[in-house]
Ligand binder design. Structure first.
Ligand code: ZN
Ligand code: ZN
Length: 254
């Protein structure tokens, strides 16, 4: 019965989630272990999950570089223990202005199955303070900041193989259209994050105007129970008028 239909995780009456590639554990800012997240994904019928803790540059929540080997070991054990679920090792790198544009160096990419990346406060070299002020309503110099932020993201996208751009538009002003154009060129999925409000409905509408851009729903779970919880993101996408076929990790329920 190889082709027997196995239900995945229902997001609403019409769609279900196939995989969740953005989840955190105690290696960074999450509350659960790798196995806690994996078990939750199994319980929800997902076929594929990634552990993507915060990049090591983050001063408060970043994964310790010395823990890469332990994380890899945990993940290998999970793939043996739960052969029906694919577990991959990722990292949510932080975007910065200098170097290769990320806090994961080019020679470190081979440690991971794939790298996802996004903008966060909490490290140097990414206009954290200016963006934090902007997020709290102090918006002088907004256009200059938008230009600088957008350049930071585009540079990171072009200089690295980034699978997913996480919560684009979060925590500062960004030119979503320009970023979407580069995501289409670099085959980078734009994330509809279910823990943060970005992409917002308006940002989805801007990004979906760009041909070739594809989207992914992520829980960005910081606790195991949230793994796979992507209904709010799907609702946001549908309200924006996005064709659900452009979301790579959902399918129609039978
Ligand atoms: Zn994030
Ligand atoms: Zn995250």
């Amino acid at each position: 019965m190889e082709n027997e239909y196995k239900p995945a995780w229902a997001l609403n009456d019409e769609y279900e989630l196939l995989y969740d590639l953005h989840t955190h554990t105690t290696y960074s800012h999450g509350t659960g272990s790798v196995e806690d997240n994996v078990r939750e994904a199994m319980n929800k019928g997902l076929g594929f999950i990634a552990i993507s803790d915060h990049g090591p540059g983050h001063l408060f929540y970043g994964i310790n570089r010395n823990d890469f080997a332990y994380l890899k070991n945990d993940i290998e054990k999970m793939n043996v223990k739960y052969p029906k679920l694919m577990v991959k090792m990722s990292v949510e790198a932080n975007t910065v202005h200098g170097g290769n544009g990320l806090d994961i160096k080019p020679e470190e990419f081979e440690e991971f199955d794939f790298v996802i990346a996004g903008f966060h406060f909490g490290l140097f070299g990414c206009s954290s303070i200016r963006n934090w002020l902007w997020s709290h309503g102090i918006r002088w110099g907004e256009e200059k900041l938008r230009k600088k932020n957008t350049e930071m993201i585009i540079r990171a996208l072009r200089a690295n193989d980034i699978a997913i751009l996480t919560h684009p538009g979060d925590k500062g002003p960004f030119d979503i259209r320009a970023i979407a154009e580069v995501c289409a060129q670099t085959n980078t999925l734009m994330e509809i994050n279910c823990r943060h409000d970005h992409l917002t409905e308006e940002e989805i509408q801007i990004a979906m105007e760009v041909p070739g851009v594809q989207f992914i729903l992520s829980s960005d779970a910081h606790e195991p129970g949230k793994v796979g919880e992507c209904s709010v993101g799907l609702e946001r996408a549908l309200r924006a008028g996005l064709n659900p076929e452009r979301i790579v990790n959902i399918r129609r329920r039978i």
